[in-house]
Design a protein around this ligand. Structure first.
Ligand code: NAP
Ligand code: ZN
Ligand code: ZN
Length: 351
């Protein structure tokens, strides 16, 4: 089987809008699955990378790592998927499989280095791996997920990054009955964190900088919603919260939130502000607080999250767009003007 040329959307530089490109997908290896991509979410990490916010973007870049579709071809030794089945790919498409992290199903922390679905060195084709803003994806079956049939496919796409990124720390820090969990920032990650934490049985308090999201947070399932710019409202939560999932994408003051924790609580950063954040000594020594972080989740946990979301009927609130609107969508995402995730209908790529 030959490598295939397929259509995609990407860019060669930070100052060039995304546009139509032809890219290669590798010939199937014995354990490879080819998927036709039906929907792909737009994560703020895609925006960080096309802007080269972290200084390590490999151009040309094709973003997209919230990928759902249908299996179109399988390698000769594939047994996890059949042609015609639904399938999904998130951030991880390869890891060493042998280190302690891989053996413990936390491939996201692979000692050798995980291969991401976009912007990682591609050991087969050279250059960078190219993401889901494209017609197809090819990867080893081990890193592909099954999508429960009951989930709406377009709204399920954001679960592949936004969903697992909040599910994993909510599990690790044990969200559940009797726990007050804070969610900081109501964007793609934050709005799913509200739904998932609530389904786990926690008491959910949301902190937002957007007055319009205060009411909406309750519709999403939050027990309480606080406008974080109102210091009187914030004072009510000092030493009340067990842990906080911080999804903010830009520089912000984490000390304000460390001070809301009960003793031994943690502010868990999942957002990726490009600039370093300052932590005051008193914010952590008082109350034995910790400032920690979490990065996506392993493959087994991603499957567990998809099954959990299907069971609790959880998916993203989305704005479905055509690929031709993608530059406008990135501009709106930068301004925080999306409720709450853009998802691309990949059928539009054929136009
Ligand atoms: P998003 O949809 O843009 O949401 C981010 C939210 O943060 C905004 O809606 C806003 O919420 C709040 N916010 C933005 N700028 C702010 C500022 N200057 N001060 C205070 N609050 C601000 O982004 P997303 O897709 O959810 O991603 C969030 C972050 O997580 C990004 O940095 C992304 O790269 C990162 N991420 C990390 C992982 C991981 O594994 N660690 C995975 C995926 C994404 P309010 O309007 O409610 O204030
Ligand atoms: Zn993401
Ligand atoms: Zn490994």
């Amino acid at each position: 089987m030959e490598a295939k040329t397929v259509k995609a959307y990407g860019t060669e530089a930070t100052d060039v809008p995304l546009h139509s490109l032809n890219i290669k997908r590798r010939a199937l290896l014995p354990h490879d699955v080819e998927m036709e991509i039906l929907y792909c979410g737009i994560c703020h990490s895609d925006l960080h990378q096309i802007k080269n916010d972290f200084g390590h973007t490999m151009f040309p870049i094709v973003p997209g790592h919230e990928i759902v579709g249908k299996v179109t071809r399988v390698g000769e030794h594939v047994n996890k998927f059949k042609i015609g089945e639904l399938a999904a790919i998130g951030c991880i498409i390869d890891s060493c499989g042998k280190c302690e992290s891989c053996e413990n199903d936390i491939e996201q922390f692979c000692d050798v280095g995980v291969t991401f679905s976009f912007n990682s060195p591609d050991k087969y084709l050279g250059g960078a791996t190219l993401g889901g803003f494209s017609q197809t994806y090819v990867c080893n079956e081990k890193y592909m997920l099954h999508v429960p049939e009951t989930l709406d496919l377009a709204s399920a796409a954001p679960l592949l990054c936004a969903g697992i990124t909040v599910y994993s720390p909510l599990r690790h820090w044990q969200a559940g009955p009797g726990k007050m969990v804070g969610i900081l920032g109501i964007g793609g990650l934050g709005h799913l964190a509200i739904k998932i934490a609530k389904a786990m049985g926690a008491h959910v308090v949301v902190f937002t900088t957007s007055p319009s999201k205060v009411e909406d947070a309750k519709r999403l399932g939050a027990d309480e919603a606080v406008l974080s710019t109102e210091s009187e409202q914030m004072k009510k939560y000092v030493r009340k919260i067990n842990f906080i999932i911080d999804t903010v994408s830009a520089k912000h003051d984490v000390n304000t939130y460390l001070n809301l924790l009960k003793h031994d609580g943690s502010v868990v950063l999942v957002g990726l502000p490009p600039e370093p954040l300052e932590v005051s000594a008193f914010s952590v020594v008082s109350g034995r607080h910790s400032f920690s972080g979490s990065n996506i989740g392993g493959i087994a946990e991603t499957q567990e999250m998809l099954d959990f979301c299907a069971k609790h009927n959880i998916a993203a609130d989305i704005e479905l767009i055509n690929i031709q609107q993608v530059n406008e969508a990135f501009e709106r995402l930068e301004k925080g003007d999306v409720k709450y995730r853009f998802v691309i209908d990949m059928a539009s790529l054929k136009k």
